[in-house]
Design a protein around this ligand. Sequence first.
Ligand SMILES: [Zn+2]
Ligand SMILES: [Zn+2]
Length: 332
Amino acid sequence: MAINEELTTLKEDFLSRLPGSELITCHPSMVLARISRTAFKEVRVAIQFPADYPDNPLLVELKSKTLSARILDSLTKLCDEELKKWKGKQQIMSLLVFVKHFLDENPFIACSDEIMYIKKELVSEHDDLKLKQKAGIVSMTIRQQRYFLSVKLSVPDAYPTDAVSIEITECNVPPDLLLTFAGQSQELARRCVTPPLKPKPKDPPFEPSPSLQRVACLLANDCLRHCVAQKCSLCKKPALPDNPKEVVVDLNADMHVERIYCGHLFHFKCLDTYVKTPPFKGGKMCPVSGCGKRIYHDKWVTTKNTKLAEDRWAHEEARKRELSEVVDFLGL
Ligand SMILES: [Zn+2]
Ligand SMILES: [Zn+2]
């Protein structure tokens, strides 16, 4: 009798207490509810009454198509703990509201495996990682030699349908290199959640993909660690100075670091000489062994135009020849 009363109240109050969720089955043999915050943060709660209810706690089973098994396990344990506190009282509504609070207050449940990866695989003992659980913010500082990059990644409520937002808070690489870090990471995050403008006909329909781990790995590995470890393959010296305080900011200084399309780094002077020296046929290629990608760079128009490069080279050579003829003529 008491159970029937509880079920009647449950039916009456469900939607006002839990808007956006659904009471699927409401029967003395089984209560089934879908508790949801977003399309991704959704749990099915199956409830059965034990003998001697409400003196014994409800029997609860949780399922989710989106949340990880680890999250469901810990939520199940938390529910069992809570239920013990409500012995002797009506338990169903309290339980369902508790599950909803859990979904509301833990933004990281939508990316728990990614966070685990960042913690265990990406961040080393030299780095820092801070997780602001309630706000859904991952703050990390990655260090490589004397360089560092600090970034704040905020996980939005509608993750992974919406991408993480990225704020690089501090970094001591040269400013124009930092701009490429910011641009690349924004672009990656955008591509995770935005369908391509021109999808290929054979591609499956676009689905947003999780962006947190990919953006964190890009910034830590491909951007900071990779750039700091790189040598200019033309002079074999480190691309960046050992001491970040000696970073060259002047865009046209010999040792200014240039990043070309493939991601490899060179000193301005080294690359300038390479780009302006033949052969030009087929365009200039990245000299890093195993790369060989075409060089495109805004600073050198000639990297976009082979004919122009050849003309300029011929012109320069003719000028040198003329000069040497003058020199010969003067008998110097
Ligand atoms: Zn160099
Ligand atoms: Zn390359």
